[in-house]
Design a protein around this ligand. Sequence first.
Ligand code: FES
Length: 103
Amino acid sequence: MPRLRVEPSNIELEATMGETVMEVAERQGYYWPVGCARNGECTNCAMEVVSGLGRLSQMGRYERLNLLRQRGPRSIEDPRLRLACQARVLGDVVVYKRGVAKL
Ligand code: FES
């Protein structure tokens, strides 16, 4: 089972292969900052991938487009910036996101 760690809160979670990062956290009772219906529009859920970038699903066209639209061209230059509601866990990953907390 893939492991997901969320910094800086040092939260350790078990993921099911193919779940989004946000689904992993919410299923285990954690709040993740959102501003839309978890459909990739708001980019409020954006996180930095600390390690395991290749163990997340590839960025899709829609995610890329919304990052570009909401956060500007620099946001898509760094592949470590991903949307937690879109990136699917395929292996062990460490991400950085402030505001993730137990409900
Ligand atoms: S929750 Fe809105 S883009 Fe992910």
